[in-house]
Design a binder for this molecule. Structure first.
Ligand code: ACO
Length: 321
């Protein structure tokens, strides 16, 4: 069975945080954050607002925008690094609160690559013929796990959620995908609540994000363009045939470096990092949604999605009608 995506929704919490906020308690400046990351603002969930709340609202936004009935969704996938509980899954919380009866439910833990992994899994589920409607959501409340004493990481992150409905169809919209991981670099981007080491290395288990920014940056800049080129080849196209590239929005400099290496115009790259920060698994659907809202992305455009993050892992998929 083939699969199509023709609906998308997002949700962003109300509390807008600009860079001056961090100047109050950290040795940092708006100028440093903008020049090193491109980020101007991000949104934070309230104390009583959690990842499942954001995911439910993104799915409701999708249903409202596209008059989609979610009652017959037969599988729910939530990609997140910030579930409010380790179990039950966020997907099962979403299923319950949206009143979807009898759907399969599971979460994906693949950091900022989670949404792309979600699409790959949804495509596979539909290809079996066993499922017809798979709701894929990327949702995060990274502000709740940010270390506000660490100026090298807390300034980067924001909260948000984005959802798409992957439905069985006559034509194939979800084409070939790619995924790759270097687990040796797990220790360079992690969150832990217990003393178990990662790759035999002692780690700080305070339940906050730990990131070796330079390592992640270098890994992303060399792996993102190489894998996008590989994915294009796998799909029998060259990168100049792509209408819009939607990479994970971690840092505008990563996107600029990746585009420059591929000789791909940065104007054809959709981002969400400038206004929303790094929203991890939500960054790709937020950029995609905004691209549609501001009239850039058309239904028949050729899209190349690629997420990368904690693992370190990367996943991408090519979409077109
Ligand atoms: N304000 C002021 N100075 C700062 C700040 C800050 N907020 N943060 C770091 N600095 C300082 C550093 O301490 C360092 O000072 P030093 O030279 O005296 O030691 C200097 O700025 C340069 O630090 P770098 O780490 O070299 O800065 P860089 O230009 O690499 O930017 C950043 C840091 C923004 C973290 C970058 O490395 C980055 O974006 N990395 C990738 C992050 C990423 O993509 N993460 C994915 C997460 S996704 C997930 O799965 C959750």
């Amino acid at each position: 069975m083939n699969a199509i995506i023709d609906s998308i929704g997002v949700y962003l919490p109300e509390k807008k945080i600009d860079n001056h906020y961090f100047e109050q308690f950290l040795e940092t400046t708006d100028e440093w954050i903008v020049s090193r990351t491109g980020i101007n603002t991000r949104y934070y969930s309230s104390e009583t607002e959690y990842t499942s709340d954001l995911c439910v609202k993104a799915a409701q936004n999708l249903a409202d925008n596209y008059q989609k009935n979610l009652a017959d969704v037969d599988f729910v996938i939530v990609a997140t690094s910030t579930p409010e509980q380790s179990f039950p899954s966020m997907a099962s919380q979403v299923q319950s609160r949206l009143g979807i009866p009898n759907a399969g439910c599971m979460d994906i833990s693949a950091g900022c690559a989670g949404f792309a992994y979600g699409l790959i899994v949804a495509k596979g589920l539909i290809a079996t013929g066993d499922y017809q409607k798979v709701l894929v959501i990327g949702g995060e409340t990274l502000s709740k796990i940010s270390d506000f004493t660490d100026r090298t990481s807390c300034v980067l992150f924001g909260d948000g959620a984005g959802a798409v409905l992957v439905e069985s169809s006559e034509t194939q919209y979800l084409h070939k995908s790619i995924s790759t991981t270097n687990g040796d670099l797990g220790k360079d981007l992690y969150l832990s609540n217990q003393p178990a080491p990662i790759n035999f290395e002692q780690i700080d288990y305070n339940g906050k994000i730990h990131q070796n920014g330079r390592t992640v940056f270098k890994w992303a800049v060399s792996n993102l363009p190489a894998n996008i080129i590989k994915l294009a080849e796998k799909n029998g196209i060259t990168t100049d045939q792509i209408d819009w590239m939607i990479p994970h929005s971690a840092n505008i400099r990563i996107l600029e470096a990746a585009c420059s290496q591929m000789n791909f115009p940065i104007e054809k790259c959709l981002e969400s990092v400038v206004n929303y920060g790094n929203t991890s698994a939500a960054s790709i659907p937020i950029a995609w949604y905004n691209g549609i809202q501001n009239g850039k992305v058309q239904l028949d455009d050729k899209l190349m999605l690629a997420g990368f993050g904690s693992g370190l892992t990367l996943a991408g998929i090519y979409l077109t009608n």
